[in-house]
Write a protein of this length. Structure first.
Length: 377
């Protein structure tokens, strides 16, 4: 795969953004970008989410933000269920959709992408940037794309009703990287002017190996499968993140750190990262997750058919295991979590999830991956 041109790259001018996904992260990002002076459109496949955002005879469509952190009502240029109506002409595309929708969106958007577009994944899951690029190329797009991915969402919140997001927190330090890696420093001043929480790091390999959703979500969900399957309500983190549950999370994070060292990438533990972005000083993951105020109102899913498994396993745990195998790092906690999920949900995530092979990187070993996706810091 020849993902994109690595020659000279000038800072892009970003005036128009298209946000794909009208959930809480999409709505919050759209509102924020409107406040930065951009013309913003929104797309979502769910017509019930789009309808409240569309213009009426009374005026333009609006995104409504509540929660006390960034309250307001912000006008958007257009909202649609059709990519063809909102993607053309966008300088910046914000991907605020589940990771497993990445390739589908790339193929559907390919005929409408602007040459030179920046595609921003919030979060990047594991190698969403490369998955999008590969799928867009397969769909026939021959222009320039600069994919950018973050390690986490900038905003923490929930959708209280279509078009209305309740935002609990804006994270203050979110790592991001572009592909090719040389473009990260060029894009940094442009993107940070729009989203000040962003901090550049070495490569999308680094952001991909910092997929904390894959570390936390499946473990906490699976080890609370009983009450979830019985539709018993509880607070997902404040009650579900017990000492036993978080021991599995810590084991998975330990394996992730070993992978980063094997790739020669600077590493940081989940606890250290969590304390930094939420300005905490928690002594343990249990304390951090059970006392973090923005998590106080996050309820557990009402079914095991949740994105916490159906997204974070195939686009997080599966590719992380594939990367671990490439560098010879044993990951029994990750593989055990995947095996448990396969059994409980009666599927085989590895057979249809994201792997290096499915995104055009199957031929690369450790050095090849570093050479293509690096340089690292």
């Amino acid at each position: 795969m020849a993902p994109t041109d690595k020659s000279s790259f000038a800072p892009p001018t970003i005036e128009r953004a298209c946000v794909i996904g009208a959930g809480p992260i999409g709505c919050a990002t759209a509102a924020h970008l409107v406040r930065q002076g951009l013309e913003v459109t929104i797309c979502d496949v769910d017509a019930s989410k789009v309808a409240p955002l569309q213009s009426t005879g009374a005026g333009p469509g609006r995104v409504i933000i509540r929660g006390g952190v960034m309250d307001g009502e912000d006008p958007i240029a257009a909202a649609s269920t059709e990519l063809a109506e909102v993607v053309p002409g966008a300088d910046l595309i914000i991907m605020a959709v589940p990771g497993d929708a990445c390739e589908h969106v790339a193929r559907a958007a390919a005929p409408h992408l602007k040459d030179g577009v920046v595609v921003f994944f919030q979060p990047g899951q594991t190698l969403s940037s490369m998955a999008f690029l590969h799928a867009a190329r397969q769909a026939g797009f021959e222009g320039e794309i600069t994919p950018v991915e973050t390690v986490s969402t900038i905003f923490t919140g929930r959708l209280t009703e279509p078009g209305v997001a309740e935002i609990y927190a804006i994270k203050r330090w979110i790592a991001f990287a572009a592909f090719p890696a040389e473009r990260t420093t060029v894009l940094a001043p442009v993107l940070r002017a729009l989203l000040p929480s962003l901090v550049p790091v070495g490569s999308v390999l680094e952001t991909s190996l910092c997929n904390f959703n894959a570390v936390v979500h499946p473990a906490v969900t699976l080890l609370n499968a009983g009450p979830i399957d019985n539709h018993r309500p509880f607070l997902f983190y404040h009650e579900g993140a017990t000492p036993a549950v978080m021991r599995l999370v810590e084991a998975i994070d330990f394996e992730r750190l070993a992978m980063m060292r094997a790739f020669g990438i600077p590493s940081e533990s989940l606890l250290s990262w969590f304390n930094r972005i939420y300005a905490l000083n928690a002594p343990s993951l249990v304390y951090a997750f059970r006392t973090n105020e923005p998590y106080a109102e996050i309820h557990a899913p009402t079914s095991l058919n949740t994105r916490l498994l159906l997204e974070d396993l195939p686009t997080g745990v599966v590719p992380l295991i594939d990367l671990a195998d490439r560098v010879g790092v044993p990951v029994p906690a990750m593989k055990g979590t995947l095996a448990l999920a396969n059994t409980i949900l009666d599927t085989d995530f590895a057979s249809w999830g994201r792997t290096l092979e499915t995104i055009g990187l199957g031929h690369l070993d450790r050095d090849g991956l570093r050479g293509l996706l690096g340089p690292t810091r």
